[in-house]
Structures are given as structure tokens and as C-alpha cells.
Design a protein around this ligand. Structure first.
Ligand code: NAD
Ligand code: IPM
Ligand code: MN
Length: 361
């Protein structure tokens, strides 16, 4: 198959992890006789520096024409003092909105090889395998108007949703649950927020369409606690934009590092944007320390969700597991044993496994 992939490396460790993602995709193309073409565009701080805006038109146009998009990360101290509408993060929010990428899938899987890397007890982490379905183009991130009033003494951020925006993410979550362990937890703050009460009503209405899925409601504060005390309780969690942002970084603790979590952001036409859950990690940028696994697993999601390449996706997953099995890991993974390597060395080992291991059935 021929596929055209737009790369948006961004800032900090973004370019490092994007390079790893590209190498993995190329290795998959070579092995399975696909042709993947790549085209890089600026976003975030890099785009501010080059074009004076975090999201140039060019980038949006190229992304719209791509078969899939990969994004590294945006942001960093260099641009932190810019006004809200000019920040690097606005580029990321803008591309999500302009492409209608409302469904953000964030799978959290505790790899057997890394159970001891989590600060949580092995017995707690073991068997956790959950999916956070985060609403990505509405809610608190996109409320209008977001502003300072009263000589800067008053501030307004709003949490707004239209019914159809909640319906489509809830449908997505039920569908995800259907092909997993069929248990959906809808996470909200219905004891306080009207938006959460409407969210709950919609989940209740929708559940009749998915009789094979068991569904429950959980308040976000309790969910945050349960996520680190009994994570294997969860299968699919669905939640509002900001709750999902916070819960997913929290959930990364189960895997041993934020550098392990991939994500897919999908729209109704299934043009997907794939990105690690982590940010630009300015504290380690440029030092070849970044864990490339979050990005590499994001390419596996791309292969599966955007290209329908199940076997290829499986091969990437197998290569990651294989390299962890051999004991290789980057410095963010807190393991006494094993072999600590740089980000590029780890990526090279994963690429090597994809290129040389026996074909999966
Ligand atoms: P961060 O996710 O960049 O980093 C948090 C911590 O995790 C840091 O100690 C970092 O070194 C570590 N870390 C993250 N990814 C890692 C990896 N792959 N390998 C090893 N260690 C890793 O969050 P932050 O420091 O709060 O934010 C930094 C910047 O990134 C901010 O400007 C923020 O807005 C931006 N950000 C961007 C995205 C994105 O582009 N999707 C996501 C989150 C944060
Ligand atoms: C993420 C990031 C972004 C978000 C920021 C950089 C806008 O934290 O992708 O999780 O909050 O969505
Ligand atoms: Mn985040």
C-alpha cells in the first residue's frame, strides 16, 4: 500500500521522538513492501520562530491531505511568556479542532518487563490494561470567552459542550469497550457540574444501544484514586477533555514512565493524528535521553487505525516487547537491572527487531 504521512516534530524532544517514529514506519514499509512517503511541517514553538504563528496554514493544508499525521510535542520555556493565543500549545489545539479530532484514545498497558519500574506495588500494577477515551475538541479547553476582565482582576474559562459532541465521544467509547472487555466507566463531576449531569444523561440514553457493555458512572476524584489503587478494575474510561488530560498522565505511572504512553486522535473520517501523550520535556531535550516508545507505539496505532494494517501494528508492538524483554530501556525507566541506553539506541534496537524477527502469523 502507498501512504502519505505528515510529520509535525514540534519542540523539545519532539524532533527526537519523531525521528524514531519515522524510522519505525520506514522499517515496517520495507518489511511489508509498502511505500510510505513523509513530509515534515512546522508546528508550535518551531512554527512561531519560523513563521510567527504556532499553526501555519501550510501545516493545516498538508495535514488535511495526509493519510495520517504524526506529532512529536510542542511547547517550552522559550515561548512561555507569549500571550495565550500565540503559545505553541495553541498550535496543537488548533490542529485538533481544525481536523475535528474529537476522539483521543490513550491506551495504558503495564508491560510485564516494567512492573518493577512503577513506584506502585507490582501487585497493584500487574494486569492493568485500560483505555482512556478523552474528548479532545470541546470542554474546558475550548470554552468561549476565555478572558481577563475588570482590569485583570477577574478571569473566565468556560466548560461548554453541545449534546452532539458528548454523544459522539460516548459512542466511540462504547464501541471501544465492545472490542475489549466490555466494561465502560464514564468519569465526571456530576455532583458539581451541570455539564457532567448532561454527560451522565447521555451515557444513560446510549447504553440501550450497547447491551453487551456494562456501564457505570464514577466521580473524577474517586476515579483518580482508584486508578492508582486498583487500576485493573478499569477497562475503558470516557471523560471530558481536561479530566482525560490529567487522568492519562496519572495513569502513565502504571507503565513506569510517561514516555511509554501512545495516543491516537481520530475524527469522523478516520484521518488520524498520532502522538505520544507526553510533552516536549525541556529538561531532557537535546540529550538523546527521551524514551521513544510512546511515539513508536503511536505508530502502531497509526498502522492499525488509519491504515488497517493489523499485522504490521502487531509487529511493532512485538518488537517493543522484545527489546524490553532483552532488558533495554532509557533513563526514565527506574529499573535496577537491565541495560540503560540512549533514546536513539533504543529506537535502533526496535527497528532492528522489526526488520529481522520472524514474521508474525
Ligand atoms: P512533559 O510531559 O514534557 O514532561 C514531564 C516529565 O516527564 C519531565 O520530567 C520529562 O523529562 C518527562 N518525560 C516526558 N516525556 C518523556 C520521554 N519520552 N522520555 C523520558 N522522559 C520523559 O510535561 P511538562 O514538563 O509539564 O511540559 C513541558 C512542555 O510540554 C510544556 O510547554 C507543555 O505545554 C508541553 N506539552 C506538550 C504536549 C504535546 O505536545 N502533546 C503534551 C504535554 C505537555
Ligand atoms: C496533551 C497535552 C496538551 C493537552 C497540551 C500541550 C495542550 O498536555 O496532549 O496531553 O492538554 O491536551
Ligand atoms: Mn497532557
Amino acid at each position: 500500500m502507498e501512504k502519505h504521512i505528515v510529520l509535525l516534530p514540534g519542540d523539545g524532544i519532539g524532533p527526537e521522538v519523531t525521528k524514531a517514529a519515522r524510522q519505525v514506519l520506514q522499517a515496517v514499509a520495507d518489511r511489508y513492501q509498502h511505500t510510505f512517503t513523509f513530509e515534515s511541517h512546522d508546528i508550535g514553538g518551531a512554527a512561531i520562530d519560523q513563521h510567527g504563528t504556532p499553526l501555519p496554514d501550510d501545516t493545516v493544508q498538508a495535514a488535511k491531505k495526509a493519510d495520517a499525521i504524526f506529532l512529536g510535542a510542542v511547547g517550552g520555556p522559550k515561548w512561555d511568556q507569549l500571550p495565550g493565543h500565540m503559545r505553541p500549545e495553541k498550535g496543537l489545539l488548533g490542529i485538533r479542532k481544525q481536523l475535528g479530532l474529537f476522539a483521543n484514545l490513550r491506551p495504558v498497558q503495564a508491560f510485564q518487563q516494567l512492573l518493577h519500574a512503577s513506584p506502585l506495588k507490582k501487585e497493584v500494577v500487574e494486569n492493568s490494561d485500560l483505555l482512556i477515551v478523552r474528548e479532545l475538541t470541546g470542554g474546558l479547553y475550548f470554552g468561549q470567552p476565555s478572558e481577563r476582565r475588570n482590569n485583570g482582576q477577574e478571569v473566565v474559562d468556560t466548560l461548554a459542550y453541545e449534546r452532539h459532541e458528548i454523544e459522539r465521544i460516548v459512542d466511540q467509547a462504547f464501541q471501544s469497550a465492545r472490542v475489549r472487555r466490555k466494561h465502560l466507566t464514564s468519569v465526571d463531576k456530576a455532583n458539581v457540574l451541570e455539564s457532567s449531569r448532561m454527560w451522565r444523561e447521555i451515557v444513560e440514553e446510549k447504553k440501550a444501544d450497547y447491551p453487551d457493555v456494562t456501564v457505570e458512572h464514577m466521580l473524577v476524584d474517586a476515579a483518580a484514586m482508584k486508578l492508582v489503587t486498583n487500576p485493573s478494575y478499569f477497562d475503558v474510561m470516557v471523560t471530558e477533555n481536561m479530566f482525560g488530560d490529567i487522568l492519562s498522565d496519572e495513569a502513565s505511572v502504571l507503565t513506569g514512565s510517561l514516555g511509554m504512553l501512545p495516543s491516537a486522535s481520530l475524527n469522523e473520517q478516520s484521518v488520524g493524528l498520532y502522538e505520544p501523550v507526553h510533552g516536549s520535556a525541556p529538561d531532557i531535550a537535546g540529550q538523546n535521553k527521551a524514551n521513544p516508545i510512546a511515539s513508536i507505539l503511536s505508530t502502531a496505532m497509526m498502522l492499525k487505525h488509519s491504515f488497517g494494517m493489523e499485522e504490521e501494528a502487531e509487529q511493532v508492538q512485538t518488537a517493543v516487547t522484545g527489546v524490553l524483554q532483552e532488558g533495554y530501556h532509557t533513563a526514565d525507566i527506574d529499573l535496577k537491572n537491565g541495560v540503560k541506553v540512549s533514546g536513539s539506541e533504543l529506537a535502533a534496537k526496535i527497528v532492528d527487531q522489526i526488520s529481522t524477527s520472524d514474521a508474525t502469523e
